[in-house]
Design a protein around this ligand. Sequence first.
Ligand code: RIB
Length: 305
Amino acid sequence: MLPIQVIGSLNIDLTVVLPRFHLPGETLTGQDFRVYPGGKGGNQAVAAARLGAQVYFVGMVGEDDNGRLYQRVMQEEGIRADGVGITSEAPTGVALIEVDSKGENRIAVVPGANALVEDAFVEEKQGYPPEKKVCMLQLEIPLYSVTRAAQRARQRGDIVVLDPAPAIPLQDSLLGYVDYITPNEGELSRLTGLPTGTLEEAEAAARQLLERGAGHVVAKLGGNGCLYVDQERAIHAPGFQVKVVDTTAAGDSFNAGLAFALANGYETERMLRFANAVGACSTTGAGAQSAMPTFEQAEAMLKRD
Ligand code: RIB
């Protein structure tokens, strides 16, 4: 199995459960409040480590209680954190999350230390471990750092997986370094300017990303599974029906499942089903990381349907 390197964000999630999302100017009483480790980078790292991958993290926390909390999380999850810097110049990233009664979420992120993950810092840490790896990237650290990290990873022969979240306009030069890009429907639409409401529309939008340089597109379709598109084919892998508690980090878990499958050389259809299963499992518990499955739990989901 190839090691997995995650270069990305670490947030502490302040999560409120509400009967519904509130309206502008409205005060609403919540049912629950919790503090969870989160951040798209941290979530993807924890999910991959739970599956059994050897995970290396490159990122930044503040010199504060939230940063120390996250360092403990990484130690408990067996994630190699030699690449995690501690800064006194900004607090650890924070996300304010609302979860409604259907398990859907709304997220506001304050990047803090994540905004200080500069290219020079990443370059210093990225070479370890030296062997070929799966390199997982998202868009919660500076875009220039992401672009250069993808370029170096590609030059080194790593498999580059980019989760284009949160969605921002991307240069074709970045897409050209990416082996797998994994937008959800909304991100795919925002990246391409095209509708993605049907499978046909999503495939057409994915093909635009291929033309712009991405190697493969795996569009995340929530409960409807995912759509894989490469130059020759399109494969729709249906999702798993589960009782949804909280969808926070379902996409991050999916990406970890995909990276784990790539690290283990799964063939494409098995990879897609495995990623769907990991994403589905993660929605069955509260918070970003609590229900992220072990390999055995993901396999049990696969056998269930
Ligand atoms: O993808 C979910 C994550 O997005 C949350 O954990 C939050 O921290 C934001 O980064």
